[in-house]
Design a protein. Structure first.
Ligand SMILES: Nc1nc2c(ncn2[C@@H]2O[C@H](COP(=O)(O)OP(=O)(O)O)[C@@H](O)[C@H]2O)c(=O)[nH]1
Ligand SMILES: [Mg+2]
Length: 331
């Protein structure tokens, strides 16, 4: 059983040594712990510092790619290293690395595919009341859409089973944290959480420039995830609403045409006919789009399956044990 701890780093020379100070040397039930640093175009001594700290595995981005791509590349890299469990932590020593054994335990026990640490944001002193509010509402909304019960949706202290890492296919450039939850929820992975206390702040968050931008971008991620996985439901409900709205004036016109004696072929209700016709057309287009979206989502599901198998094959080629050792495969 191998645990790979991945640390995406953008200029973390000062704080990386602190991260290693609390890194566990051994975990019961785990044979080896390896660290993978994703150097996201750092311009300081991050890489040298990491080497001095004994890091052997690196992924280098020649130019800054952002945290989402760093995470995506880190997952792929960790799989290639033969990880059974992949842990994500920050390079700014925000998270208590000494809790990694607790974080991976639900996966070791076979109870979870994904474990997300709950920072108990309502108790974090340096979070403003507004940030706490967004945090609570955002997490609530995300859970609603993803069908999950994650207490802290934006926490960056997480563990993934190999199977989860194989199945996650991330496309967004922002909020990979939320995107992973939406996908995990949709793919019916078991998500667990443990409560942690974060370390005192070492520096300002570089990711979250302003609360409002964060809310806007997270909102887009959530909506996009919803439309991606629930496209049919979105278009179908919209189409049905439009159908009902369009039918009312249309039927009014029909009624006038058929039964009102003075209407002159319903002439006085021509507006109803126009409005009804336009709305009914919109409804028809929306329903058709729903069918197309549904077909695209079938395609997406197939492509994702292929991608997962390609990744699995690549990991297997390396001579590492593929997920699904004999015992798990027969379960
Ligand atoms: N801000 C930022 N962090 C990055 C980037 N690429 C990798 N990281 C790393 O991602 C982690 C999270 O960044 P941080 O600023 O602490 O964000 P926060 O913890 O979500 O407030 C840190 O370890 C960074 O070094 C990037 O493009 N921008
Ligand atoms: Mg941080």
């Amino acid at each position: 059983m191998k645990v790979v701890v991945m640390i995406p780093c953008l200029n973390e020379e000062d704080t990386l040594p602190l991260v290693f100070r609390t890194m566990p040397q051994s975990i019961p039930g785990v044979d080896s712990i390896e660290v993978l640093v994703i150097n996201d175009g750092s311009t300081d001594r991050t890489v040298e510092v990491a080497r001095e700290l004994g890091v052997k595995h690196f992924i280098h981005h020649t130019r800054n790619q952002g945290l989402a791509y760093s995470f995506r590349d880190g997952l792929a890299g960790a799989l290639e290293l033969g990880a059974d469990i992949i842990v994500l932590t920050d390079g700014d020593n925000q998270y208590p690395q000494e809790r990694i054994p607790d974080l991976v335990q639900p996966i070791l026990d076979g109870r979870a595919d994904v474990v997300i640490a709950d920072r108990q944001t309502q108790t974090i002193a340096h979070f403003s009341p507004l940030k706490k509010f967004y945090q609570r509402r955002g997490t609530w909304f995300l859970n609603l859409i993803a069908g999950t019960r994650v207490p802290d949706a934006t926490s960056g202290f997480r563990a993934f089973s190999r199977e989860a890492a194989l199945k996650l296919n991330l496309v967004g450039r922002y909020s990979f944290g939320m995107e992973t939850i939406i996908q995990s929820g949709h793919k019916r992975m078991a998500i667990d959480s443990i409560t942690i206390t974060t370390n005192p702040k070492t520096r300002e968050s570089r990711l979250i420039k302003s609360d409002l931008t964060h809310v806007r971008k997270s909102g887009i991620t959530i909506l996009r995830g919803f439309v991606t996985y629930k496209a049919y439901a979105v278009f179908l409900s919209l189409g049905l609403v439009l159908l009902v709205v369009g039918l009312v004036p249309f039927l009014l016109y029909l009624y006038a045409l058929l039964f009102a004696s003075d209407s002159g072929y319903g002439g006085r209700h021509l507006q109803s006919l126009i409005v009804g016709g336009v709305v009914l057309t919109a409804s028809f287009v929306t329903l058709t789009l729903g069918v197309v979206a549904d077909m695209i989502s079938v395609n997406r599901a197939l492509l994702e399956d292929v991608l997962t198998e390609v990744k699995r094959g690549r990991v297997a080629e390396r001579g590492e044990p593929v997920f699904g050792t004999e015992e798990t495969r027969t379960e």
